[in-house]
Design a protein around this ligand. Sequence first.
Ligand code: HEC
Ligand code: HEC
Ligand code: HEC
Ligand code: HEC
Length: 511
Amino acid sequence: MNPNRFRSAASLRLTLAGLVLVTAGAGLAMKSSWSDDTADSVIFHGNGKAPGCVVCHGAHGEGGGNGAFPRIGGQPAAYLEAQLRAIRDGQRANAVMAPSVAGLDDDRLRAIAQYFSRQEVGTYPPAPEASQARTSRGYRLVMFGDWDHGVPACADCHGPALNGVAPAIPGLTGQTAGYLSAQLDAYRNGQRPANALGLMPRVARGLSPDDITAVSTYIATLRPGGVMEAPAAPEAASWKPRAQSPEDFTPPPDTAIPEGPYGDMIRLGESIFNDTPTGASKYVRNDLSCRNCHLDRGRLASSSPMWAAYVHYPEYRKKNRLVNTMQMRIQGCFRYSENGIVPPSDSPEITALVTYFHWLSTGLPVGIKPPASGYRRLPPPTGTPDRGRGAVVYAANCAMCHGEDGQGRVAGGRVVFPPLWGPRSFNWGAGMHQVDMAAAFIRANMPYGAGGTLSEQDAWDVAAYVNSHDRPQDPRFVDDVETTREKFHAKHRFGYYGRDVEGVTLGTPAH
Ligand code: HEC
Ligand code: HEC
Ligand code: HEC
Ligand code: HEC
């Protein structure tokens, strides 16, 4: 018998006074089979130094100990594996469980992670009681975030019902409020390492201690696979319209949407904006929603906000050599960004969107072009953007969410991370296909939750990489790619339409 085993068992008891019984009991159970070190044996009987996983986390990884031991069943395997490595190597401090993974090699950790990932969890800790104020603040953080403090909605990354998005993002449902808030505190204080993009520490630092309590309590009331319902509306806000400066404008809070037909139309517009393939299904032929490129539901100053757009139309546009009304401008985004069919300008969809934008711009003077309108272009790059360098930037900063293949990710039947190229993305006529436009958008807003962290050169290179893949044909296509390129793409600096990349002419109708 290795004496170390006793030492680690003893220190385990010291760090874990409350669990002495559990661990001591498991210590006996593991003795018989500790030398059989298959993954199963570790899971059920331990590694010879400390108890098996199921002692604390339950046979299906459902969690236990009143939330001291988190749910791990059904979580993405790659996420679990990353946590197991971090706990084994001491980057994620966990004195309670470290002995259970000590000495296990990467292959074994992977096999254990896969086992728990396959489990279906059926029972959850009881839902906590929460005050209405806390529930509604928690719900708002989950659904809308707090962009003033740099916090995107939890659901934007953790999936529509917070059930996680493989490979990297865990589900939050089925954990207790205590576990969730402890993790948020640990991220906030730098005690828990995050993945390479550092997303969660940013999110957690944007939350106040009250926010952490509210969001953790609210999430603990949700059930995996369940549907999230809006809690009763908070007290009507005492918000009053007032004139504001276009330099520093805040759109009204959505608690200020009035009742009645005008308010209903605003709400319809907002819902079409947030889920366009569903809300305007007749007119959309890809997986993109307006909000994918106009973040925070069209409010965010750094991503061509709709309040800023509303007040500078009608406007002359070179793209179609016409004075464009707001209706026509929106039709343009349907035709190109949505790779769709143009809705009639008096259709309910266009009316709803225009009404939503009109309301968002409450208090903003008309006839000026606010500095926030459009995407703020970057200074020109030194040299031509390099798609080879961009591929490296992409793998490190984007693939986690948008996929190695750029096709995005779906969870719970909904597109969580939109496709960046290919048949379900925007087409060759969309503004985003221009490398300078994409570089501007990406630099300010991506990686999601960490906008502004890429260097300008990285943004140019990754924009070149994204936009040098094929996508749906330019709807203005005439005759052949060469003619179409001459006619509509000649002026685009660094444009890829009609160019040969890896033996393929981009924009060729067959693609
Ligand atoms: C003695 C109890 C105990 C045992 C045995 C144990 N764990 Fe844990 N585990 C914990 C505790 C406590 C935490 C939460 C620590 C924290 O708050 O960060 C945890 C956290 C985890 C996490 C991180 C969960 C997440 O959502 O990030 C994973 C994964 C995990 N355990 C897997 C395992 C596996 C696999 C085994 C068996 C090899 C195991 N644990 C054995 C107590 C235990
Ligand atoms: C920009 C994407 C993003 C957003 C937004 C986001 N998260 Fe996360 N979250 C992640 C990623 C990625 C991980 C796992 C890897 C890591 O630690 O970075 C994670 C992990 C977590 C964990 C640890 C789970 C566990 O099992 O230990 C908690 C808790 C959490 N997030 C809560 C939240 C809450 C609450 C919000 C909203 C206020 C939120 N997250 C918003 C990306 C995000
Ligand atoms: C943490 C996940 C995450 C990461 C990492 C990430 N994105 Fe995104 N990206 C999103 C989400 C979510 C949206 C949609 C935003 C919304 O709807 O609010 C988006 C939207 C986009 C869009 C516009 C919509 C589309 O489909 O074309 C582009 C372009 C984009 N991202 C490029 C990138 C690039 C390039 C990187 C790497 C530098 C990157 N993203 C990293 C989550 C991510
Ligand atoms: C793939 C990304 C993408 C999607 C999806 C998208 N847009 Fe846009 N949108 C853009 C780009 C790029 C611009 C041009 C911004 C610029 O010129 O700086 C733009 C501009 C606009 C403008 C004009 C802004 C201004 O200030 O002039 C409006 C209005 C608009 N979009 C509405 C919509 C609506 C409504 C939808 C959904 C039906 C939508 N967009 C979907 C990328 C997108």
